[in-house]
Design a protein. Structure first.
Length: 94
């Protein structure tokens, strides 16, 4: 069965590519994403939602935003689904 959030919000989901991931400290990770962000009306400081498991979402704050790329600085704590997702972000190999 398709998740209700996916059904209702699928047109709002952005498909982005990880372009950079830097460990700033053992608990802080900066991840840069690129993609077509022209239709998104965000700016640095706005919250964006990430699906971290089949049933959970987490909100994160954009530290940078442009029409082609955005950046989020993640605070890594615990071993839950959000940290597992954050640590999985790796730049794409072309």
């Amino acid at each position: 069965m398709v998740d209700a959030i996916d059904s209702l919000m699928s047109s709002k989901f952005l498909h982005l590519q990880v372009t950079d991931a830097v460990e700033l400290s053992p608990y802080i990770r900066k991840v840069s994403f690129s993609g077509d962000l022209h239709a998104a009306s965000y700016q640095a400081g706005y919250a964006v939602a990430f699906r971290v498991s089949p049933t959970e979402y987490r909100n994160y704050t954009l530290s940078a935003f442009s029409q082609n790329e955005c950046e989020i600085i993640f605070h890594l704590h615990g071993n839950g689904p959000a940290v597992i997702l954050q640590r999985s972000f790796q730049p794409a190999i072309w």
